[in-house]
Design a protein around this ligand. Structure first.
Ligand SMILES: Cc1ncc(COP(=O)(O)O)c(C=O)c1O
Length: 420
């Protein structure tokens, strides 16, 4: 089927949940995706932070082939060869003790919320005073299921589904005074993204993260760090919280963990894990042999090829180039992020939308989030030469878009200076 017929069929047959770009991808190699006409696209988004090793990576392919010949599914009623093997790697990487596997980010987050409520119940049964409320952050994003949307700040994700899970209060991001004012023994969990992704690539401050850790320690509430977008090495450390030397009680992973096969994981301390017993929580597919085998291959490949160091190197170069771009264009108001989780703030939502779509027209995939932010979540195997291609394109596009809008407004393009 060709793009037009697929578009027509989807319009009729699918729920209207996505405004897709009019592109039909048929294959991918390395950091490039190929459309049905044979055009290659430089992918700086990796399926929203998923395809960590890029496309058609031999280690991923080999793990899929080998495991699919042996066993795809067992259910969680039986053992298989790979879940403990993967859990060992994840616990060593994270500093946490135990893992619950599932199939997506929102499911991992849902498990984290349920664990925090159940853990508070255990503490109450032991005579402690602790309630059921969550503190979540303004501009947070945790997924699309009912608990996840309840802790997600943007109203458009919550309001149509009201009433969502009660007992959630939003704290002004990085505002320690607001956090302290809203925290009490009624709180069973504080929800944080070390770097807010959908919220526009905003890192949590050391002071705020430390305060959240201390407040949780003071009552037994759990510190929940959502690393679904920032984890698995994206920021140059396995978990973004490791930049802060803070250990949360619970963290969540998904997106890149199995390089595109659906998988999520909730990791926690032994203390928090006390709250779950058989039957309280579960999943049919989660942690199946295929997804686990692929995740092991992803982690082992990342370790063997020293990808964390590579991410720091290429990510540092990318950020530096974005900062130089900012010096050349007044419309770039801020450069944020770590490793290969980067964003630039533009001074207008319209400009950001046009810049993202012009990049697409030049076959470079980026994404606009939070209206004014251009976001870059490339595969971890990105090289400096790819950064140079993207920066050169952005440079030209921003120059032209600003000049065009200045011409339309009948004025000279202010603040756009020449290179150097
Ligand atoms: C921080 C964060 N949490 C949760 C999710 C939800 O993950 P999923 O779409 O796999 O359910 C996302 C997805 O963008 C995310 O970025």
């Amino acid at each position: 089927m060709k793009l037009e017929s697929i578009q027509a069929a989807e319009r009729k047959l699918l729920l209207n949940t996505y405004e897709r770009n009019p592109v039909l991808f048929v294959e991918g190699h390395g950091v490039y995706l190929r459309d049905e006409q044979g055009n290659d696209y430089l992918d700086l988004l990796s399926g929203i932070g998923v395809s960590a090793l890029g496309y058609a990576h031999p280690a991923v392919e080999a793990a899929i082939v080998a495991q699919s010949k042996r066993l795809l599914h067992t259910s969680n009623l039986f053992f298989h060869e790979h879940s403990a093997e993967l859990a060992l790697r994840l616990t060593e990487m994270s500093g946490l003790d135990r893992v619950f596997f599932c199939n997506s980010g929102t499911e991992a987050w849902e498990a984290a919320l349920k664990l925090a409520r159940a853990h508070a119940g255990v503490l109450r049964a032991e005579g402690k005073t602790i309630g059921t409320r969550f503190l979540a952050m303004e501009h947070s994003f945790h997924g699309r299921t009912m608990g996840a949307v309840a802790t997600t700040h943007k109203e458009k994700y919550r309001e149509p589904f009201a009433p969502v899970m009660p007992d959630v209060e939003f704290v002004r991001f990085n505002n320690v005074a607001d956090l302290r004012a809203k925290f009490s023994s009624e709180v069973c969990g504080i929800c944080v993204e070390a770097i807010q992704g959908e919220g526009g690539i905003h890192p949590v401050s050391q002071e705020f993260f430390t305060a959240a850790r201390e407040l949780c320690d003071s009552t037994g509430a759990l510190l929940l760090a959502d690393e679904i977008q920032s984890g698995m090495g994206r920021t140059g450390k396995w978990f973004a919280y490791q930049h802060y030397e803070i250990l949360p009680d619970v963290t969540t992973l998904a997106k890149p963990i199995a390089n595109g096969l659906p998988m999520g994981a909730m990791l926690c301390t032994d203390e928090a894990a006390r709250a779950f017993s058989p039957g309280m929580h579960g999943t049919t597919f989660g942690g199946g042999p295929l997804a686990c085998a692929v995740a092991i291959a992803v982690i082992d490949t990342m370790k063997q090829s020293n990808l964390l160091t590579h991410i720091c190197d290429v990510g540092g170069y990318f950020k530096q180039q974005l900062e130089l771009l900012q010096q050349r264009h007044d419309c770039v108001t801020e450069v944020r992020g770590k490793g290969l989780m980067l964003g630039i703030e533009l001074d207008s939502a319209d400009l950001a939308a046009k810049a993202a779509s012009e990049m697409m027209a030049r076959h470079i995939i980026i994404n606009r989030t939070s209206e004014t932010v251009l976001r870059f979540l490339p595969p971890f195997i990105l090289e400096r030469e790819h950064v140079d291609i993207a920066i050169a394109a952005l440079d030209e596009i921003l120059t032209r878009l600003v000049a065009t809008s200045a011409a339309l407004a009948g004025q000279a393009p202010a603040g756009e200076h020449s290179h150097g």
